[in-house]
Design a protein around this ligand. Structure first.
Ligand code: SF4
Length: 277
């Protein structure tokens, strides 16, 4: 699947377009046109809940002299993002295989995610600098952590996304019968509206940044002391701004592609069932 300016055709009446707006490390922002809420929401839910990744699931603590309880330490370890791209975890995907990490450190020291030694050199924490606990003089920690594949449906530690959200594309129109003022433009907290003094008009900036807070509408209503407003904020029904931010374990593009695969498998099941398979 190519993500840039792709047109998906083939099914009558289905002419979806996708355009990448921003691709920045762990963040991907794209526009989907000619789509419906149930489809876009299905992708969002699958991306969060059904794309498998690796996370630490079991911790055997042999020594912990620090002030941190074992349960809290285990919880912190569970939230450390572990590299889970398809190539890296290929062999783990269809089995109950586990990867073990060992940790052994003496104080005084801060223990970081990078101190975890993996039994598989390819599967390791995405970031080495996540602080896990602090050890004072003569304090020691020694543990074994077992990581396995899981899904966000089972526990939040297996969610590969830190942000996975969409909003409908904002649409701003003006009421021809009412006058716009500088106050309306100045009220916008996102600087999307600017007042053109000469033509007594409001010009629109980047609409994608509009949060649809309607502060501009309320300001206009209060100036006119009426329920009518010189500016109206609405949205385009079939156009969405979709943002995926990954925790680093899987790239946002791969999360999207794997979500589409999962959705495909689900629809295939329906098709097979109704064909009597
Ligand atoms: S809805 Fe909010 S963010 Fe959008 S233009 Fe109006 S004031 Fe600005």
């Amino acid at each position: 699947m190519v993500l840039v300016d792709q047109e998906v055709k083939g099914v009558e009446g289905f002419n979806m377009e996708i355009e990448v707006r921003e691709k920045n490390g762990d963040e991907l922002v794209f526009i989907i046109r000619n789509a419906e809420v149930p489809f876009v929401n299905a992708i969002r839910r699958i991306a969060m809940m059904e794309v498998p990744k690796i996370a630490i699931d079991e911790v055997n603590v042999y020594v912990n002299d620090s002030a941190m309880f074992n349960e809290v330490l285990a919880h912190r370890l569970g939230l450390v993002p572990i590299m889970s791209d398809k190539e890296t975890i290929e062999g783990l995907l269809d089995s109950d295989s586990t990867v073990s990490f060992t940790l052994q450190k003496s104080g005084p020291a801060i223990v970081y995610s990078g101190d975890l030694i993996s039994s598989d050199s390819k599967i390791k924490p995405v970031y080495d600098t996540i602080p896990l606990l602090k050890l004072k003089e003569d304090e020691n920690v020694e543990l074994e952590a077992i990581a396995r594949i899981g899904k966000g449906l089972d526990h939040a530690k297996w969610m590969p996304t830190t942000v996975c959200a969409y909003k409908q594309f904002p649409k701003i129109t003006f009421n021809e019968n009412m006058e716009v003022t500088k106050e309306i433009a100045d009220a916008c907290p996102r600087n999307i509206l600017s007042f053109d003094k000469e033509n007594k008009k409001i010009t629109l900036g980047n609409l994608e940044n509009c949060s649809m807070c309607k502060t501009c509408v309320r300001t206009s209503q209060s100036i006119a002391n009426s329920v009518n407003s010189a500016i109206n904020v609405d949205f385009i029904d079939d156009t969405f701004i979709f943002t995926i931010e990954s925790d680093g374990s899987i790239s946002p593009e791969e999360i999207l592609l794997r979500s589409c695969d999962v959705l495909n498998q689900k629809t295939d099941k329906f098709i097979t069932f109704f064909k009597g398979g």
